[in-house]
Write a protein that binds this ligand. Structure first.
Ligand SMILES: Nc1ncnc2c1ncn2[C@@H]1O[C@H](COP(=O)(O)OP(=O)(O)OP(=O)(O)O)[C@@H](O)[C@H]1O
Ligand SMILES: [Mg+2]
Length: 298
């Protein structure tokens, strides 16, 4: 579904260039439900906006299904955004029309692409648990309910890929669980591929695969040890919110053998731009540069 290789995104302002993604690699299979985590400023939203066709990539390869987002024309991009991807933001207020009903809000994007289907709009609102509230105006619904309307809207044009940037960032735990349940069900029942950016480790620990981004690069992948357990029961028996309870962590190594070593590790060993590396047949050992005498040389 998604294939990014060496993806670069540079934001240029008058006097400043920010390299938000610096050669990022990411593959997502068709039908996957996965999460992306990372510190603030690591490039998560930039990645999602690029995948969603809201930001243009600067260089590298970005393919979503049959679309090549580096080469796509403006006209094709409109079609791509309308038909292939659905997008959910943390705060969807700007995309909702407060004086229309929930149902009318879901029908709006369908109308814009000339394919109104009231039955499907109703079905979507039923899926997100708002069957009883579909004729209420948006401003009569709570924040969590509005977020669920936003999920229904994002699905109105039957996208193959759903991108959600901090979808549970402004709702309580119960609503967050509810939203995760909706994602899981959509993924299972209609096979839609879902990528969720989140700070919420509880949420992240409920998906099979989590990719961590550091400084605009994928650094670590967490893969669930027992992917058959999907209802979160395993998590309830574990302590703490860390991913390591349920997931195995792997360092990402790219095609040419590059990997990211956490800055803290480098700092504690005094490694700046060179390190010693040994291979004993089983392990690769990276240590402070021996012949240079640690960090005494520039
Ligand atoms: N439109 C823009 N113009 C210039 N710089 C930008 C723009 N958008 C993002 N950046 C910069 O790109 C980097 C990555 O930002 P991004 O929004 O992708 O981070 P993030 O991982 O989503 O962070 P957060 O968790 O805080 O949402 C940051 O240094 C940010 O300042
Ligand atoms: Mg962000």
């Amino acid at each position: 579904m998604i294939d990014c290789e060496g993806l670069v995104k540079i934001y240029k302002t008058d006097d400043l260039e920010v390299v938000a993604l610096q050669g990022l690699n990411l593959k997502v299979e068709d039908g996957e439900l996965m999460a992306i985590i990372g510190n603030s400023g690591s490039g998560k939203s930039t990645l999602l906006n690029t995948l969603g066709g809201l930001d243009r990539p600067s260089a590298g390869q970005v393919k979503v299904g049959p679309w090549d987002l580096l080469k796509i024309s403006e006209e094709e991009l409109v079609q791509y955004k309308r038909e292939t991807v659905g997008f959910i933001w943390q705060n969807n207020a700007r995309n909702l029309l407060p004086y229309l009903t929930a149902l009318e809000n879901v029908e709006m994007p369908m109308m814009l692409s000339g394919k109104t289907d009231r039955d499907y709009a109703k079905q979507l609102l039923d899926w997100v648990g708002l069957k009883e509230r579909m004729h209420n105006k948006l401003h009569q619904l709570s924040g969590g309910e509005q977020q669920r309307v936003a999920i229904a809207i994002s699905l109105s044009n039957r996208p193959k890929l759903l991108l959600a940037d901090e979808p549970t960032g402004s709702v309580d735990t119960a609503t967050s669980d509810l939203i995760m349940g909706i994602f899981r069900r959509l993924n299972r029942e209609i096979g839609i591929t879902i990528v969720i950016v989140t700070h919420d480790m509880t949420l992240a620990s409920k998906v099979d695969r989590v990719v961590a981004i550091r400084d605009g690069l994928t650094s670590t992948e967490f893969i669930k040890r027992n992917p058959n357990i999907t209802d979160g029961t395993e998590l309830e028996h574990s302590t703490g919110k860390g991913l390591n309870n349920v997931h195995e962590a792997y360092v990402v190594v790219d095609r040419v053998g590059r990997l990211q070593i956490p800055k803290e590790y480098l700092a504690s060993l005094g490694i700046k731009d060179k390190a010693s590396m040994e291979f004993d047949g089983e392990k690769i050992i990276i240590s402070s540069p021996k012949s240079l005498g640690g960090n005494s040389h520039e």
